[in-house]
Design a protein around this ligand. Structure first.
Ligand code: PLP
Length: 271
């Protein structure tokens, strides 16, 4: 149905408590990219908030394909949200509520013909999120506030730094640093999301013979890096050219970033 006709109940627990999880999936060549991985992560997120999956993987797959077909776009971004449903406002889990399932489809803007020319300036912020960042929940207020802080500082995004000085991820993407031809990305844990794109870029780097470690990255290493970039489903890869006002590299995407980007497209995006 048209978006303006879709409504959610005021007592939906997603609205009242951010009691829900989500996924965002994109298509390449009209086909959902890494759908199995996204659905597996959706199930992990549901399990993490103790919500029984309302649909099986086969059912999700069917309606994702159907939604893409009905949207009729050249390339699509499919957004799925599942909440614990509608119930009188109380913290305890409702006994008989049906999960609310929302799926939207939007046109995915065509990949730019000069994608690596879009670059980002970022700031570092203390990680004031919680310890369930590995679940893709709709509780995104900390992410919203950090993003706004970045914008107000004249930057494009923020990366979260732990009390021990290690860096986790940006508000909506995973982080890669490159030093002396070697790639590093923070290891999985409860302070970052296991990005599907992160996984694919690790594979892309390794398939080129570029060493790629999943190991802690400190804030100081960011400033000393030759190249830094962020990855996510819709953005793919964003070269970072400035962090907290200090330049990274020479103001454009570096050679390893570019190689990884082209390999990613060759392997997965059919370009
Ligand atoms: C906090 C966070 N980290 C990382 C990512 C990247 O995940 P993916 O590559 O699966 O889109 C996202 C995506 O929205 C995110 O919100």
């Amino acid at each position: 149905m048209p978006l303006e006709q879709a409504t959610v109940h005021v007592e939906d627990r997603g609205f009242q408590f951010a009691d829900g999880v989500y996924e965002a999936i994109r298509t390449y060549g009209g086909k959902p990219f890494a759908l199995d991985e996204h659905l597996a992560r959706l199930n992990r997120s549901l399990e993490g908030i103790k919500l029984t999956p309302p649909l099986s993987v086969a059912q999700w797959t069917e309606i994702v394909y159907e939604a893409i077909r009905r949207g009729g776009f050249a390339e699509t971004v499919v957004y799925i949200q599942v909440t614990r449903g509608v119930a009188p406002r109380h913290r305890r889990f409702p006994k008989n509520a049906q999960p609310t399932v929302v799926m939207t489809v939007r046109e995915c803007p065509p990949a730019s013909d000069a994608p690596l020319e879009h670059t980002a300036r970022i700031i570092t912020v203390d990680d004031f999120r919680w310890s369930l960042c590995h679940l893709k929940t709709v509780a995104l207020l900390a992410s919203v506030l950090a993003y706004q802080q970045a914008k107000e500082a004249g930057a494009d995004d923020a990366v979260f730094v732990e009390p021990d000085g290690t860096v986790m991820e940006s508000t909506a993407g995973n982080l890669f640093v490159i030093k002396d031809g070697k790639v590093k990305t923070p290891p999985l844990g409860n302070k970052l999301l296991a990005g599907i794109t992160r996984e694919k870029f690790i594979e892309a780097a390794r398939s080129l013979g570029i060493p790629c470690a999943e190991a802690p990255v400190t804030r100081n290493e960011l400033f000393a890096a030759d190249e830094v970039c962020l990855t996510s489903t819709t953005v793919e890869l964003m070269p970072v050219i400035e962090i907290d006002g200090r330049p990274i590299g020479n103001g454009k995407a570096g050679p390893v970033t570019a190689a990884m980007f082209h390999q990613f497209h060759k392997l997965y995006a059919g370009v």
